[in-house]
Design a protein around this ligand. Structure first.
Ligand code: SF4
Length: 378
């Protein structure tokens, strides 16, 4: 590995399970399980640092689940171990948390241990939409959570919003974005609600009254325009930031840079290989090792090199900066394949720009990203 990697730590504990969520997280865990899990994370950090022989990290991301549920002491212990093993000099260190929880104490400990970014699951500014999503917080809890982060010395705050909810109107999404603007956060993520197989929403998907594609497109464009108007630049399909506040950690995923994920259900990409820990808290505590990820069965690539190029293109095209010819050549030893340019030429110009510098989707291309990207990579 040439440079520092990203570190991801998965905390699979939640106070309750939201009916749309397919992330690996469990409810009702005892303090003993959380202690055992914390010890296992610290042990794994040591094992990985020995295996990677001096590799450093410049981002650390606590995702979940609800990482703030671990509490101050466990978090501080993990952060101390991560710093000792992976340096974390000038690192971006993020903690996910949910509004409505008591956060000041945990944010203070996080900040004292070097944490400098929080990501809050706001989702909506509308009480009935939050109730639909099964969220435990109320709209007014978001500003309290933002205040707690600021009082703890953390100014780099991101809010998650959700698009495509039943009854969501342009006015309601504009009002959610306006609330985020009023709170003067640095970063906003706006994800489309997806109905994932195996979730309670999936089993009652026909009765959810979700908006149709045209309405979702209208909501997405309204959200984009409002954020842009207030200085949040779209740098990825679902992510917007004030200049300089793009998520350094998440950029590693989209740029196919190396990262190590530790904890049950955490995924990694190191030395060109993908692997993951099983969805099993007890197994992780007992020392289970990660498993290799299988290549997608539908991948039409004819070689490992081609599969690597396809994955790179797929991820890069999610970014507003898109696929850059110079960087592509540096990485793969040849420019973006001419077939990709040919396919780009077959698509309407309103969706993307293709020029000698590279290929970039625009806002309308992002709206149809699955179709556009599949067409481009063939
Ligand atoms: S709080 Fe987050 S991780 Fe936990 S169930 Fe809800 S959406 Fe999933």
């Amino acid at each position: 590995m040439d440079g520092p990697i990203g570190l991801y730590i998965h905390i699979p504990f939640c106070a309750s399970k939201c009916p749309y969520c397919d992330f690996y997280s469990l409810t009702g865990q005892t303090p003993e399980v959380m202690d055992g899990y914390t010890d296992a994370l610290i042990r794994s950090l040591g094992e990985w640092s020995a295996r990677l022989e001096g590799v450093l990290a410049d981002t650390l991301y606590f995702g979940g689940g609800t990482p703030s549920l671990l509490g101050s002491d466990r978090l501080a212990r993990i952060m101390e171990a991560a710093r000792r093993r992976f340096g974390l000099e000038n690192a971006e260190i993020t903690l996910e948390a949910n509004p409505g929880d008591e956060l000041y104490e945990v944010f203070s400990a996080f900040s004292a241990a070097g944490g400098n970014r929080v990501s809050l699951g706001m989702q909506s500014a509308d009480e009935s939409q939050l109730a639909f999503l099964g969220r435990r917080h109320r709209p007014q809890d978001v500003s309290k959570a933002v205040e707690s982060a600021r009082s703890a010395g953390i100014g780099n705050i991101s809010l998650d919003l959700m698009l495509g909810l039943p009854g969501q109107t342009v006015e309601s999404i504009v009002s959610a974005v306006s609330e985020a603007v009023r709170l003067d956060v640095r970063h906003i993520s706006a994800y489309m609600l997806k109905i994932e197989d195996g979730t309670p929403f999936y089993s009652r998907r026909d009765s959810l009254s979700l908006p149709d594609d045209d309405r979702v497109a209208e909501l997405y464009l309204a959200a984009c325009q409002t954020m842009e108007m207030f200085g949040y630049k779209q740098y990825e399909i679902s992510n917007y930031a004030k200049p300089g506040f793009e998520s350094r950690h998440n950029l590693k995923y989209w740029k196919l840079d190396p990262y190590l994920g530790i904890g049950a259900a955490a995924h990694s990409f190191l030395d060109g290989k993908r692997f993951y820990y099983p969805h099993d808290v007890q197994g992780f505590i007992d020392g289970v090792q990660p498993l290799p990820e299988r290549q997608g069965e539908n991948n039409k690539a004819s070689s490992i090199e081609e599969a690597g190029e396809q994955e790179y293109m797929m991820l890069r095209l999610r970014l507003a900066e898109g696929l850059n010819n110079e960087e592509f050549s540096k990485r793969f030893g040849h420019p973006i394949p001419s077939e990709v340019y040919e396919r780009a030429g077959q698509l309407p110009q309103q969706l993307l720009t293709a020029d000698p510098a590279g290929i970039r989707l625009n806002r309308f291309g992002f709206l149809l990203s699955n179709t556009v990207i599949s067409h481009l990579i063939g």
